[in-house]
Ligand binder design. Structure first.
Ligand code: FUL
Length: 479
């Protein structure tokens, strides 16, 4: 081959290579475990302890173990009801602030082994973890750092106690997909009979870095929830509402308890955040976190749960819905019914994607390469996407719905493996004669669901108006 032929071949190879090149990731990006966590979308919380029998939300730690006796306890029923409603994971309060342990712990007497339940032979952590395995849900652990029963609470010895219990949970009941560290601390407690107020320095007392390292050795992929991550962050409220602007990025050292405006920051994240720490939306199906008879008529309806779905999953967050068992040890019929109707509602609204495999046009697409062409947002494949050249941070995609359709919801998804990018977008509908504005919004993230007043439309246009780098959109659905 002569020199110019070699040059020609090199040119072809490099142009070909360029053509197929995907955008570089825009850091930070989610870890593989965080990505899997996003894809779970809906997890359930289970709050259960002596509080269920004392009608309290925060037990003092002095409650006798003899009170705990859910004679019909049936974790199989809990997990089945949750699976049927579409939940992918369960996080159990293995120990709440009152210190009572739902598993027989070697390190305390304040546990299920000293209760009348199954004559002290019960282990609800095991039963829940087994039911999760049986029904294909992931199992997660809540172990309250604040322990109002423990005599050593507030002293260095308690950290050893807490770590011993974590070791019991992670070695006997795993795999554990998420570990929930609750930041709440009210100071007062029984503390082995001292009955006093104990204050700790939340920043230093628990020595979190070493505790996390210890857990990671047992469960390398576990996601840590706390107010500030490092795996996922609190959404800043307990009413089921993620920010309409919701960045999965945030800078963790800007987060400290008591910081003015922290709730808003947690709720919305930060476009310039240095870490990927997405918001988890925890909310209860009832007013309280524990079951109380008097709240049986206050169970959230299917419609209320659906609205929460829209303000959590529909805003790029993951829903963590608490469904607390009652004193019998069953998820109450009213809650089961509400979950069932919630599932029916989700299935009826999101049954028929009017945009699946429809023709799609775009203002431009990356190097005119088929791999990044606009049709990729309608192919039902979460791993394919439409994107533009690197210097293009605006763009429109137009979907032809094949005749006039009545539309009520538009679902958008960014391909977050390459980072969260879009900061402003708008939606329009073509009603046969003109384009009508439908919505203007900010972030998209893993998933954004826009509810609109039902309108007839034969085409939909998604305009990306601002993006931190070339937009990468994996999916658009219309209902
Ligand atoms: C809070 C706790 O104080 C509540 O009791 C509940 O566990 C909730 C999920 O977190 O901080």
């Amino acid at each position: 081959m002569n020199k110019s032929a070699i040059l020609f071949v090199l040119l072809v190879i490099s142009v070909g290579g360029l053509k197929a090149q995907a955008p570089l990731p825009l850091y930070p990006v989610p870890s593989a475990e965080q990505l899997a966590w996003h894809e779970m979308e809906m997890n359930a919380f289970i709050h259960f302890t002596i509080n269920t029998f004392t009608d309290l939300e925060w037990g003092m730690g002095s409650e006798p173990e003899s009170l705990f006796n859910p004679v019909q306890a049936n974790p199989d029923q809990w997990v089945r009801a949750l699976r049927e409603a579409g939940f992918k994971g369960v996080i159990l309060t293995c120990k709440h602030h009152d210190g009572f342990c739902l598993w027989p712990s070697k390190y305390t007497e304040h546990d299920i082994a000293n209760s009348p339940f199954k004559n002290g032979k019960g282990d609800l952590v095991k039963e829940v973890s087994d039911a999760c395995k049986k029904y294909g849900l992931k199992f997660g652990v809540y172990l309250s750092p604040w322990d109002r029963n423990q005599v050593t609470y507030g002293k260095p010895e308690y950290i050893t106690y807490y770590r011993n219990q974590l070791t019991e949970l992670f070695t006997q009941y795993g795999p554990v997909f998420e570990m929930w560290f609750d930041g709440a601390n009210g100071g007062t407690g029984y503390y082995g009979g001292a009955n006093e107020r104990r204050t700790i320095d939340g920043k230093t007392y628990y020595d979190w870095p070493n505790t996390l390292q210890m857990i990671r050795k047992m469960e390398p992929g576990v996601i840590f929830f706390s107010d500030a991550g490092p795996g996922v962050r609190w959404v800043g409220n307990e009413s089921g509402i993620a920010g309409e602007t919701n960045w999965c990025t945030i800078t963790s050292d800007t987060l400290y308890a008591g910081k003015p405006g922290i709730e808003k920051l947690l709720n919305e994240g930060s476009p310039h955040g240095k870490q990927w720490i997405p918001a988890e939306t925890d909310v209860s199906i009832r007013p309280g976190w524990f079951w109380h008879e008097k709240e049986n008529d206050k169970v959230k309806s299917a419609e209320e749960l659906f609205n929460i779905y829209l303000t959590s999953v529909g805003r790029g967050s993951t829903l963590l819905l608490n469904v607390p068992p009652d004193r019998r040890g069953l998820i109450h019929e009213i809650d089961v019914e509400s979950l069932r109707n919630f599932r029916l509602l989700l299935d009826s609204v999101f049954r028929n994607n009017l945009a699946l495999n429809v023709p799609v046009k775009a203002s431009s697409y990356r190097n005119n390469t088929d791999e990044f062409s606009p049709g990729k947002i309608a192919d039902g494949n979460k791993d394919s996407y439409w994107t533009t050249n690197d210097n293009v941070t605006k763009g429109s995609i137009e979907m032809d719905l094949d005749g006039n359709k009545k539309i009520s919801y538009i679902v958008l998804q960014e391909y977050i493996k390459l980072g969260q990018r879009v900061s402003e977008f708008s939606l329009e509908a073509f009603n046969g004669s003109e384009w009508m504005p439908l919505y203007t919004g900010t972030t998209i993230g893993y998933k954004r669901i826009i509810k609109i007043d039902p309108v007839p439309a034969s085409k939909i246009r998604v305009n990306i108006l601002k993006s931190k780098a070339c937009p990468v959109i994996s999916n658009v659905e219309v209902y």
